[in-house]
Design a protein around this ligand. Structure first.
Ligand code: 5RP
Length: 283
């Protein structure tokens, strides 16, 4: 069993949260880059490490995914540094090409960006379903199962994906894995009794689980919750089993395993953009 990690103590966490789920004392969002740099696995040698290259791969994937968006669609707008390029391109298509869509953002950050680039937004509750969601991923495996939540938006992302008739994932080649788990599995948990929840997760997953921090403060999600990161290693054989076991723990709000949701991965690599269609998917 892994030894218990020192868990930061929150002083009356709920009293520091405002009704909107924001906190005066807590960081709202993690620095994704710092976090990704803590990845506990070696990247394969063929994978580019140059940040400019990575940024252009993200851009290529993000823009290529826009071909799935047609007039009058209701579109889920994911969160992260890859799908950001999709959102910007959709804004351009609205302005320059007369594209008519409405969007549902998966985070406050995406909401802000979407409004800046001129995408009309609606509440998820105002529509019966979404035609499509385009989102990033931290890992995807050969069965199109995903780890998401590196940007702490997994709860809203999963709710939006669940309401969507198709899911397009935008990624660069670093995200393709043979088995999930090298990227620490993000789990959204309640601030209440979060130390106990982390202890339970440590026992269940038999690995180090830590509360995601931004400097000295726990990261607080858009929903006022915390993120536990489980350092499973590339060992997740059965993502459906792990998902249901993790969800059994009362303090868990949601887990960043997106199983049987992804229909296509738009994957940017050094040799161009590849469209990997899920043979069991909806597209
Ligand atoms: C946010 C997510 C992101 O989609 C995921 O972390 C990928 O982000 P990026 O494109 O920045 O690597 O799940 O919660």
């Amino acid at each position: 069993m892994p030894t218990a990690e020192k868990i930061p103590r929150l002083v009356s966490p709920m009293s520091t949260l405002t009704r909107a789920g924001r906190s005066k004392d807590f960081a709202i969002f993690t620095n994704k880059l710092d976090y990704v740099n803590q990845r506990n696995h070696e990247e394969p040698s063929h994978i580019t490490r140059n940040m400019e290259d990575v940024e252009s791969l993200k851009r290529n994937a993000g823009i290529a995914a826009c071909k799935f968006v047609k007039n009058n669609m209701k579109v889920g707008l994911g969160t992260g540094s890859t799908v950001k390029h999709t959102v910007i391109e959709l804004g351009r298509m609205i302005k320059d090409d007369g594209l008519e869509i409405v969007g549902v953002p998966t985070s406050l950050a995406t909401e802000k960006l979407a409004l800046e680039v001129g995408i009309p937004l609606v509440e998820l509750s105002e529509v019966d379903y979404l035609d499509i969601v385009i989102d990033g991923a931290d890992e995807f495996d050969p069965s199109f199962q995903l780890i998401k939540g590196g940007g702490a938006a997994l709860l809203r992302e999963k709710i939006v994906a669940q309401e969507s008739r198709a899911m397009v994932v935008v990624a660069d080649e670093r995200k393709r894995v043979s088995k999930l788990g090298a990227f620490p599995l993000p789990i959204e948990i309640t601030p209440f009794a979060y130390e106990s929840t982390i202890r339970k997760l440590t026992k269940l997953l038999d690995c180090r689980v830590n509360c995601r921090m931004s400097g000295d403060n726990p990261v607080v999600t858009d929903n006022g919750n915390l993120i536990a990161d489980a350092h499973c290693g590339p060992t997740i054989e059965d993502p459906n089993k792990v998902e249901s076991e993790v969800l059994m723990i009362a303090g868990v709000v949601q887990v960043g395993l997106f199983n049987d949701m992804c229909d296509v991965v738009i994957l940017a690599g050094n040799n161009g953009v590849e469209e990997i269609i899920n043979p069991n998917g909806r597209l």
